[in-house]
Design a protein around this ligand. Structure first.
Ligand code: ADP
Ligand code: ZN
Ligand code: ZN
Length: 733
């Protein structure tokens, strides 16, 4: 027998299958991970096909050196999915296959851990053995007596109790046998299991029925914040498990997984597994195997968990389906919904997309009948959505209030704290100030490798580049003119916390942003503390906006609602609407009514006005008509070819070449293009590399044309001149 193997080298030149002979006594199967000779080394690979004959010469063909695990790591379905990823994301097979394995498993960095137990050998006559032992072997006798009573004990404890020599002696005499038991590194063991008996409402029941009855693969559940979508998911998962099938549930942020896991564990115990990049290597490895072996049947995770090694998939839930995190921003740049649709189709499974603010493309699909649509217009128990008060910050400034907090917000916070309730303050900027500006010459401190301003982080007195991570010492004087009159531009979360603690000296304040969540389970600790009411105010970036359910939160302050409106992205309106609705939705989720204070410099902006009134339909109609008129997605596909290099001349020359080839494609298909142009990228320099881009907008449904653009552009991709093609990227900076 022969095996076709993809070796784990992501290089276009080795992007093909290599054939090997399977030694007769090897348990090599489709999807098995193997070690194969490659050049002079042994390299890991995956079997993608098993054949009776080989195309390569039978004399010269090499043999598989080792099968790494008894169980194949990939299945027929996941192998097909890997193929799909290659084709749609234009990556090598090796790179696509890596999505399916915890990275630590490759290169054998993590292995299974075992606990070693000793017990008496089966059928040992204890009396006789004790008689036969030497009189002086006191400890050994005690050991035998102990094990006769206790059945088994770990080697560690036995060695401690009876001494190494007694244990080893007994082992040598063949009195003991070894039992290896797999040790699980299980994450979030300290998770509290919420207990709350819930009777589904009529609308929840109808939603569930609709998902089950529809003959469409995907159902979009469009339900306002607090409409009880989570209970719908849980019930659907329950039904799926009862049919003997498995389920994957995705949430947009790692920080949301513990909350969900706690609910899943409560209902399904250990059949729920968690998979995300925030786990320790060992935990991820063990959880992965629990899923692969079929022991765990429900997987909860962020984006990458869509590649979980489940078999017999019955349900995929994507909560907050509109969230940008579902689009992978590094290669392979897959769309999670596309991958989920593929897996659902292959398995005959249901796909459930849930959101209070569906992506306009998803909602359009639902309206066009491609998705089944379920709408939940009210919160559980008809609780009203929180009242939103808009504050015009220009008026605050005119009234002499230059603090980050409007008078209304201060008032609401005071009242909220008095009543012992909790508040959330949202601001999409971490650090102390967004920039440091010289008031003499106007110079803004910038990163030396990127064309972006540096953010001041007071806690470690440094200037940080949020794009490349570079850290500089905080300056005392302007680097251009030497003046010490520096000004902080734009407020960040650190500064908000410091000003809040001056305003409310007795309030306990937590901050949640990228800086405070670096440690393992960092998110979890902060959210846990807040949900146990060990803090009064939670200040944070978009991390606090999503999905959390804190019953005591009655005030939400949105400090700079306009911030994301100004991004040069066709989706900035959509993102702003979603973000504002989501943040607002954290307020008043339980008995007490909620309030939202939205601070803005453009109170008449139509997006804000619709967000304030929770008018999704209005927003959608407005947005979709603009997209249609201007031929932006979903009415076209944006393709961006990003070219970068450390020398500006190299990029300019490289870009010219790519441009010329693409221009030909464009000329031949002019009627299919809405736009074709070449320019500097909005961020001209990043991580020491100059960046140029070729932007195109192509009529939808021209996949062959898109393939062609990819092929033409990627031809030039090399180490010195990376050329990346992205389709509808999240980020056009
Ligand atoms: P969503 O995900 O739609 O924002 P959740 O699923 O978090 O909403 O539900 C909001 C709150 O309502 C939660 O605290 C949840 O426990 C509660 N809830 C959900 N369904 C019911 C129900 N049928 N009866 C009572 N409370 C419910
Ligand atoms: Zn200066
Ligand atoms: Zn930088």
């Amino acid at each position: 027998m022969f095996a076709q193997v993809i070796v784990d080298i992501s290089h276009t030149e080795v992007d093909k299958v290599f054939e090997y002979r399977i030694p007769v006594d090897f348990q090599a199967r489709l999807g098995s991970r193997v070690l194969v000779p490659f050049g002079k080394k042994l390299i890991e690979g995956i079997i993608t096909k098993i054949t009776n004959t080989c195309e390569y010469s039978e004399e010269k063909i090499k043999e598989i050196a080792k099968v790494l695990e008894d169980t194949p790591v990939l299945t027929e379905e996941t192998l097909e999915l890997a193929d799909f990823i290659c084709k749609t994301c234009f990556v090598t097979k090796a790179l696509a296959l890596r999505l399916f394995l915890p990275s630590e498993m490759r290169k054998g960095k993590v292995k299974e851990q075992f606990t070693i137990y000793y017990k008496l050998v089966d059928g040992l006559d204890v009396e006789k053995t004790l008689e036969s032992l030497n009189k002086n072997a006191v400890k050994q006798k005690e050991l035998i007596v102990y094990l006769a009573k206790n059945e088994r004990q770990t080697s560690v404890i036995l060695n401690e109790e009876f001494g190494n020599s007694a244990v080893n002696g007994a082992l040598k005499k063949g009195l003991l046998q070894v039992e290896k038991v797999k040790k699980l590194r299980a994450p979030y063991q300290e998770l509290k299991r919420k207990d709350k008996v819930i009777n589904l409402t009529e609308s929840q029941k109808n939603a569930i029925e609709s998902v089950i009855q529809t003959d469409k693969i995907a159902t979009l559940i469009f339900g306002v914040t607090g409409s009880g979508k989570t209970e719908i998911y849980l019930d659907l998962i329950d039904k799926t498990i009862k049919q003997g099938k498995t389920a994957i549930m995705l949430v947009p942020e790692i920080s949301l997984t513990p909350q969900m896991l706690s609910q899943l564990r409560k209902r399904f115990g250990e059949t729920a597994a968690i998979l995300h990049s925030g786990l320790s290597a060992g935990e991820r490895f063990d959880e992965w195997w629990r899923i692969r072996s079929g022991e765990a049947k429900i997987v909860i995770g962020a984006r990458s968990a869509i590649f979980a090694p489940v078999e017999n998939l019955g349900l995929i839930v994507i909560d907050e389906e509109h969230d940008g995190s579902y689009q992978s921003e590094s290669s392979p740049r897959y769309s999670t919904i596309e991958v989920a649709t593929f897996r659902a189709k292959k398995n005959g499974a249901k796909l459930v997309l849930g959101s209070a603010t569906p992506g306009v493309d998803s909602y359009l699909k639902a309206k066009n009948g491609e998705y089944n649509l379920v709408t939940l217009k009210e919160r559980i128990n008809k609780k009203p959505l929180p009242d939103v008060e808009t504050v015009d910050m220009r008026k605050e400034v005119r009234a002499g209030n230059v603090s980050p907090f409007s008078r209304s917000l201060k008032y609401e916070l005071t009242e909220c704290l008095k009543k012992g309730n909790q508040a959330i303050i949202f601001l999409n900027q971490r650090g102390y100030s967004r920039s440091v500006i010289c008031t003499e010459c106007g110079h803004v401190q910038k990163c030396s490798s990127c064309d972006v301003s540096l953010t001041y982080h007071k806690e470690d007195n440094s200037l940080l580049c949020h794009y490349c991570g570079a850290k500089y010492k905080m300056i005392e004087a302007c680097t251009e003119c030497g003046s010490t009159r520096l000004r902080y531009g734009g407020t960040g979360t650190e500064r908000v916390v410091s000003e809040l603690s001056q305003l409310f000296p007795n309030a306990r304040i937590l901050r949640m942003d990228r800086d405070t969540t670096q440690t393992k389970e960092g998110h979890f600790k902060i959210l846990n503390e807040f949900s146990e009411k060990k803090a009064d105010i939670l200040v944070g970036t978009q991390m606090v906006a999503k999905g959390h359910d804190f019953p005591s939160v009655t005030v939400v302050g949105i400090l700079d609602a306009d911030m994301s409106l100004h991004f040069s992205d066709y989706r900035s309106g959509e993102r702003t609407f979603q973000l504002l609705t989501q943040v607002a939705g954290r307020s008043g989720r339980d008995e007490q009514a909620g309030k939202v204070i939205l601070q803005t410099y453009s109170p008449d902006n139509p997006i804000l006005l619709r967000a304030i009134n929770y008018d999704y339909e209005g927003f959608f109609e407005h947005e979709i008509s603009i997209r249609k008129a201007t031929a932006f997605p979903p009415f076209s596909n944006i393709l961006r070819v990003l070219i970068s290099a450390s020398e500006e001349q190299t990029v300019v020359d490289g870009t010219k070449k790519v441009y010329q080839d693409l221009k030909e494609v464009y000329e031949e298909n002019r009627d299919k293009f809405f736009f074709f142009g070449c320019m500097k990228a909005p961020i001209k320099k990043l991580q020491g590399k100059y960046r140029y881009q070729i932007l195109m907008r192509v009529e939808t449904g021209n996949n062959h044309l898109i393939d062609k653009i990819y092929l033409e552009a990627e031809k030039y991709n090399s180490r010195n001149l990376p050329v990346f093609v992205e389709k509808n990227p999240n980020n056009l900076s």
